[in-house]
Unconditional design. Structure first.
Length: 401
């Protein structure tokens, strides 16, 4: 049975869409307050660089596993209760960090990964269904904007709180933000899916969890997010390495550029496609990472953040919209699950690899090295779009003639 989109018009700014934007914003704000501070907190507790990377990677592994299975299931059953459950797990696990030793925190991060997998995949599935297809680039762009603004503002706020007070206060604020997000979610009204039993009667296979049409955008996102992992997880430690206490200013430039470009990037995607966005974005990302790796002043940090913010803010939502557009309408949940799983896998791989480089070299070398992954993104994308597509066109013309 095909699950039709919940959207029955071309109107984007509905009540459901607006409430979901706020719900997503607050849940992501809550989650990303922990991303730069947990590794730093692990170090303050006497943990090694490996243990600091484990508080990132262990969560990513379980989140990845949840996404692999839940994306396909969300195409068949009610999504909202699963998103609620994810929020509850996020809040409860975050609260426990104030009362547990480091080893136990690493274990609880495994559980938190389950909650994050449910919450983030559920939100993506709802957005895919309530956004009209002809406005997919714009609609998914603002959804991604709520994520990216959270990624940028949360570390800035969290780093300042941790410098001024303690990690315990970050925990309490994070829980409050989850509660606000869940309250907004409760105001979202979605049509109930029918024949849920018949939807689940088909035997599940691993192939159902993976949407092959979303594979290429997901691979590109994997390469992209490795660089984001380095910034989100280790920028606070990098600030200490280069003796810049105001390292949080990086996120001001990052989010400012995204806010400036977001209103028209989605419309460009809808009108002209992804090629005019992805290639310039990749170049901007490379420039931003190289400047960051040589930063020795606040000015260089700001310039770096502007280039990186421009590139990431345009590339990530475009890749996600492209992944959903390439996939069948009844496989949007699986497409989002595949795409978001690539982000989890990237965080797992990136946190360990980049931490290893930083420990044996420096964080500056780590950022310089991470730019290689954007070069790979550019190569893979260009080959598939220009070379592979050209070969397919030639083969089709020969077959017709």
């Amino acid at each position: 049975m095909e699950i039709k989109s919940h959207s029955n018009s071309t109107k984007l700014w509905t009540k459901n869409y607006i409430f979901m934007l706020f719900a997503n914003l607050f849940i992501y704000l809550a989650f990303y307050m922990l991303t730069p501070t947990l590794p730093a907190y692990a170090k303050l507790c006497g943990g090694s660089s490996l243990e600091a990377s484990l508080v990132v990677s262990t969560f990513s592994i379980t989140s990845l596993l949840v996404r692999l299975f839940i994306g396909n299931i969300m195409d068949k059953i009610e999504v909202k209760p699963l998103l609620f459950l994810g929020g509850i797990i996020l809040g409860a696990s975050t609260l426990s960090y104030n009362y547990l030793p480091l080893d136990a925190i690493i274990v609880v991060r495994v559980i938190q990964g389950i909650g994050w997998g449910l919450a983030s995949t559920g939100a993506a599935a709802i957005f895919s269904n309530i956004v009209p297809k002809e406005k997919r680039g714009e609609g998914m762009g603002y959804y991604s904007l709520s994520m990216i603004v959270s990624m940028a503002l949360s570390p800035l706020i969290a780093i300042e709180i941790m410098n001024l007070s303690s990690f315990k206060n970050i925990v309490f604020i994070s829980i409050a933000l989850v509660i606000i997000g869940v309250l907004f979610l409760s105001q979202v009204n979605l049509p109930k899916k029918t024949s849920v039993k018949s939807n689940l009667s088909k035997k599940f296979s691993l192939a159902d969890a993976f949407e092959k049409q979303a594979a290429l955008p997901s691979l590109l996102c994997f390469l992209l997010v490795i660089t984001l992992c380095g910034i989100m997880s280790y920028i606070m430690l990098y600030g200490k390495e280069i003796n810049i206490s105001s390292i949080g200013i990086y996120f001001i430039g990052f989010v400012a550029m995204i806010l400036i470009t977001r209103p028209f990037v989605g419309k460009i995607f809808d009108e002209k496609g992804h090629a005019v966005i992805i290639i310039p974005s990749a170049i901007s990302l490379i420039i931003g990472l190289i400047i960051l790796s040589y930063a020795n002043s606040t000015l260089m940090l700001v310039v770096s953040s502007l280039f990186y913010g421009l590139g990431y803010g345009a590339a990530q939502p475009s890749l996600q919209a492209w992944a959903v557009n390439r996939s069948p309408s009844n496989r949007q949940g699986a497409a989002n699950g595949t795409f978001l799983s690539s982000m989890d896998l990237s965080y797992t791989f990136g946190s360990i690899l980049l931490s290893f480089i930083a420990e044996h070299k420096s964080y500056a070398i780590m950022y310089r090295f991470s730019s290689i992954f954007i070069v790979l993104l550019l190569v893979v994308y260009s080959y598939n779009i220009f070379v592979a597509n050209a070969n397919e066109s030639e083969a089709l013309e020969e077959e017709i003639s």
